[in-house]
Design a protein around this ligand. Structure first.
Ligand SMILES: [Zn+2]
Length: 318
């Protein structure tokens, strides 16, 4: 047992008595619960309920500190670093932006911060502060559709275009996913809708204010976006990919993922907050990581999106 798992285990045992670490590690409390056994994350969420508003405020404060770190401190480091190393700063901070996105935007999409409709505004505002306003409203709608259709026909995570590209060449498909912004176009369709204009306007307003106040250089912003997109692509290749064993998604390690790697639990219970997922993830066996995913995608011929393993999948009905 590693030290983080041992520490989290000891802390959890103090507040939630009767925890069976072995069953949680092997995810038996999720796949074959015993009579009366409640999922660890649900117990923890119920225990944390009185502090939900305080936690939400703390998350928001952490998010705002992160925004300042990325667009102000990061920009200064980018300008001061030697030429050869300068590009590494925004690429690495892209991993932090991705984490901040998970912590607030993804959480707001599920109404897990202050609850909807407040979260609709907070989520779009956060998208703006992260200088990704072109994702406003659309990200939330595409993501909620993904949850409703996970691995089924119409899953926004695996589109007909991606299936064609993947069948032709895994390398071509990988390159496509590494292209920021462009790689979202195939997800948008009539059914997704445009969303509220007010939400989009609010995101652009927040982005304009952030840019106006902190003024990150354009090249720096572009490299951060490249960094965010890269970690997001690596995450996709482990989240719903594998050698299908009846699962909707995997449990995996993602740096600064704020519990997103506890994805199997997330799909079963999207209302469990990120910080609870993060605690649960520390105690659960992982199917892989963002690094094992990219290796399997490129070199394991049997490794594919879970959609392609479904009984009704023919190759054309994506
Ligand atoms: Zn989600």
């Amino acid at each position: 047992m590693n030290c983080i798992r041992r520490l989290v285990s000891a802390l959890i045992a103090r507040v939630l008595p009767g925890i069976d670490g072995g069953r949680i590690w092997n995810r038996l409390d999720m796949h074959s619960p015993e009579s009366g056994e409640i999922l660890l994350e649900i117990r923890l969420m119920q225990w944390l309920q009185p502090w939900r508003q305080t936690l939400a405020a703390a998350m928001l404060a952490f998010f705002l500190a992160g925004v300042w770190l990325v667009w102000s401190v990061g920009s200064a480091l980018f300008a001061a670093a030697p030429h050869g190393l300068a590009f590494a700063v925004p690429l690495l901070l892209g991993v932090l932006v991705h984490g901040l996105f998970i912590l607030i935007v993804h959480e707001c999409t599920h109404g897990n911060v202050f609850g909807r409709p407040v979260d609709d505004w907070v989520g779009n505002g956060a998208i703006g502060l992260l200088l990704l306003p072109f994702l406003a409203e659309r990200y939330q709608m595409v993501h909620r559709l993904h949850h409703r259709r996970a691995n089924q026909v119409g899953d926004t995570n695996w589109t007909p275009f991606r299936q064609r590209l993947f069948r032709r060449s895994r390398w071509l498909y990988a390159l496509y996913e590494l292209l920021p912004v462009v790689n979202n176009l195939d997800r948008i369709r009539e059914e997704v809708g445009r969303g509220r204009r007010s939400g989009v306007a609010f995101a652009w307003l927040c982005a304009a204010a952030t840019y106006g106040i902190l003024q990150p250089p354009l090249a720096y912003w572009l490299l951060v976006v490249l960094g965010v997109n890269t970690i997001n692509a690596l995450r996709l290749w482990v989240e719903h990919f594998g050698h299908y064993a009846g699962r909707v998604s995997n449990t995996y390690y993602c740096p600064l993922g704020f519990g997103i790697g506890n994805h199997e639990v997330h799909h079963r219970y999207p209302r469990i907050p990120a910080l609870v997922l993060a605690v649960g993830l520390a105690l659960r066996r992982k199917d892989g990581s963002v690094l094992t995913g990219v290796r399997s995608l490129l070199f394991d011929k049997r490794y594919a999106h879970f959609r392609t393993f479904q009984d009704d999948f023919t190759g054309d009905n994506v």
